[in-house]
Design a protein around this ligand. Structure first.
Ligand code: NAD
Length: 310
């Protein structure tokens, strides 16, 4: 009997084509509602999702025949991996597939923040040719929190621009930092010395508030903060207060606490003139999406072979 695969989010057709080469029956339901998913999930061996479908405890409990869950993406935020693990369900995804794309967006946000591009472009488009003054990045210090794949790629580009790079990570990143020419520091040092702070951490279910009220107090006046990792690591109300008093010069982010915002303070941050927001597009490039599809399909096929499903 063919292995039954349910796909509940829009995925690249390449992923479906790769899976179709095996003895599998694929049901592609990218618009399925949660209620129906809960009703039918028991009939499937494999569930493939992107970010829309929340694969929580309830979905996993109802999926009594599930053997594999695949996330066509680089993180596992929307999957209860602990619950899947308890039930012996293997989870695969595509880590690192969008490193270059996310790093490049970070640099785009960095340059936009330094040169007030968001303001200048809006003014020019409205017919107002007013010159706004920005800052040069060469010679400035960037503090990178989370010196993994994306953080270290951003560091390489920042070095090329002529910035001094500080690195902080919970792991030992001395060797990687040495190769790039970054200085490994503790968090307090990074907060005190950085003109720009860029967040690149991966965090689990209960993310720590890395930038809280105390952290903002330690920062330089007018600091630029870039966040393309996770909004939850920033204390939103504390950020708003520090934007309002000018301590934070610009907050440029690709990630929001709720996307779209729900809380009043989130709306205030979104509308703040010193905030640049993009709608979680770090991985939204042709190349990254193709890489995600390839990697997810390859990891899925390997896992299916490992489990004797094909
Ligand atoms: P990675 O695992 O390669 O690196 C993350 C680093 O963060 C690791 O070195 C880890 O030790 C470090 N870290 C974890 N907790 C920390 C803490 N509390 N303080 C300091 N360091 C800490 O991950 P990556 O591929 O570089 O991704 C980084 C982040 O970017 C992730 O949160 C990922 O979800 C996000 N991301 C976002 C987009 C987007 O669309 N905006 C795209 C890709 C990745």
């Amino acid at each position: 009997m063919a292995v039954r695969v349910l796909i509940t989010d829009p995925v690249d057709k390449l992923l479906i084509e790769k899976l179709s080469q095996y003895n599998v029956q694929i049901d592609y339901r990218p618009d399925i509602e949660r209620k129906e998913l809960l009703d039918i999930i028991k009939d499937y061996d494999i569930l493939v999702v992107r970010s829309r479908t929340k694969v929580d405890k309830e979905v996993i409990e109802r999926g009594t025949n599930l053997k594999l869950i695949a996330r066509a993406g680089i993180g596992l935020d929307n999957i209860d991996t602990e619950e899947a693990g308890k039930r012996g369900i293997k989870v695969v995804y595509a880590p690192g597939a969008s490193t270059d794309s996310a790093a490049e967006l970070t640099i785009a946000l960095l340059l936009a923040a330094a040169r007030n591009l968001y303001e200048s472009i809006a003014l020019a488009k409205s017919g107002v040719f007013k010159k706004t003054q920005g800052i040069e990045l060469a010679g400035k210090t960037i503090g990178i929190i989370g010196f993994g794949r994306i953080g270290s790629k951003v560091a390489q580009v920042a070095k090329a621009i002529g910035m001094h790079v500080l690195a902080y990570d919970v792991l030992d990143v001395r060797e990687r930092a040495k190769q790039i020419g970054a200085e490994v520091v503790d968090m307090e040092d990074l907060l005190r010395r950085s003109d720009v702070i860029s967040l690149h951490v991966t965090v689990g279910k209960n993310p720590p508030k890395i930038l809280d009220a105390r952290a903002f107090d330690l920062m330089k006046e007018g600091v630029i903060i870039i966040n393309t990792s996770r909004a939850a690591v920033v204390d939103g109300p504390a950020l708003l207060e520090n934007l309002n008093r000018g301590k934070v010069g610009v907050y440029a982010t690709d990630v929001f606490w709720n996307e779209p915002p729900k809380e009043q303070w989130e709306w205030e941050i979104l509308k703040h003139p010193k905030v640049i927001v993009t709608p979680h597009i770090g991985a939204q490039t042709k190349e990254a999406q193709l890489r995600v599809a390839h990697m997810t399909a390859d990891n899925l096929v390997s896992a299916m072979k490992e489990l004797g499903l094909i």
